[in-house]
Design a protein around this ligand. Structure first.
Ligand SMILES: [Zn+2]
Length: 335
């Protein structure tokens, strides 16, 4: 397939790499060409901080007393389930600006977070219909509680196919806002000495809107995603950064993979300087094999692979629909 003018997007065979051959090629590609670094919060609520005390802000270069650093700056979005990995180099101004892009990410990932039982600041997201009569809530000990009224349905059971489809209100999000939020996370996780290669991305991140000083990556704004049915099979929310080893390799210089609940998002972090040789040429980026990061005991089905463009600055609507596989159906008298 071709992604706009920036170059050709080469997948090993197709977007759905169920075949063992495509997966083996992807493993070979990433292990021979990339260094992998993983980031996640410590379990048990113990907070870890990136950076040193009294750092200047990584994004706007300002320090105390010009700006304040009072808010907890989550290195990976709290809404994706990270509560404990924080950074010391994000000022309150930048934090407030990024929260707007984070609401785009919140809307796009809403159904994924609900299905993946991802605990954000306010617990697993609930959902309700536009009329507000039917609703779905998640309770830690009881699972999902679905209150479904016939005249205002939110859920549908297909007994023949053993599926339960739930749909809440569609939510509006700007795809480019989502990309900006994912880019901000990756830039937060970089080492200080890498930042000069990402100054274009930093300039874009400093803008309040999504389009000003826009920096396309070598694959523009592609987001590859996975969905693995199960009880939060990724467990603890985590991000891996994949750094290309050679300066002229066939893949992008920096790839980020965010994993939460049942879902992962794979994006390229824009660096026109490191990826200069890709402009107008072809770029290779197979789906990263996510299987080593899944807890097999929690997996309940085959991983589905997806590909979307996050290039649009205009608001789009989520489908707001999730389909679950149902093991068994039991009829109980209404209480
Ligand atoms: Zn700042």
């Amino acid at each position: 397939m071709t992604i706009d003018h920036e170059g050709e997007f080469v997948l090993p065979s197709s977007v759905a790499p169920e075949s063992a051959k495509a997966m083996a090629e992807a493993i070979e590609f990433y292990s021979s060409e990339y260094d992998v670094q993983m980031f996640q919060g410590a379990p048990g609520g113990h907070k870890t901080y990136l950076g040193v005390e009294n750092s200047a802000c990584r994004f706007c270069s300002r320090g105390r007393p010009e700006v304040t650093f009072k808010k907890a700056a989550h290195a990976i979005s709290e809404l994706l389930g990270n509560r404990t990995l924080l950074s010391r180099y994000e000022c309150d101004d930048c934090n407030a600006r990024f929260s707007v892009f984070e609401s785009d990410l919140a809307a796009m990932s809403y159904a994924a977070r609900m299905a993946g039982q991802v605990l954000g600041k306010k617990g697993v997201p609930s959902t309700k219909t536009r009329e507000g009569k039917s609703r779905i809530d998640f309770k830690r000990d009881d699972g999902y509680l679905i209150q479904n009224y016939e005249d205002d349905p939110i859920a549908e059971i297909d007994e023949a196919n053993h599926t339960l489809t739930i749909g809440g209100q569609p939510r509006g999000y700007r795809p480019l806002g989502v990309f900006k939020s994912l880019t901000k996370t990756a830039v937060t996780l970089l080492r200080d000495d890498e930042l000069p290669h990402f100054k274009d991305a930093l300039t874009w991140l400093r803008e309040k809107d999504v389009s000003t000083n826009l920096t396309p990556g070598s694959l523009n704004f592609v987001c590859m995603s996975t969905f693995t049915p199960g009880e939060s099979p990724f467990g603890n929310t985590k991000v891996i950064l994949l750094r290309r080893r050679s300066s002229d390799g066939s893949g992008p210089a920096l790839i980020s993979l965010v994993m939460f609940g049942c879902t992962s998002y794979q994006t390229v972090v824009p660096s026109p300087s490191l990826d200069a040789h890709h402009i107008g040429g072809s770029v290779k980026m197979p789906p990263i094999p996510i299987f080593p990061f899944l807890d097999d005991a929690r997996v309940r089905g085959l991983t589905q692979f997806g590909l979307r463009s996050l290039a649009s600055p205009s608001s789009e609507q989520t489908e707001g629909v999730v389909t679950f596989h149902v093991g068994s159906i039991e009829r109980v008298p209404p209480s």
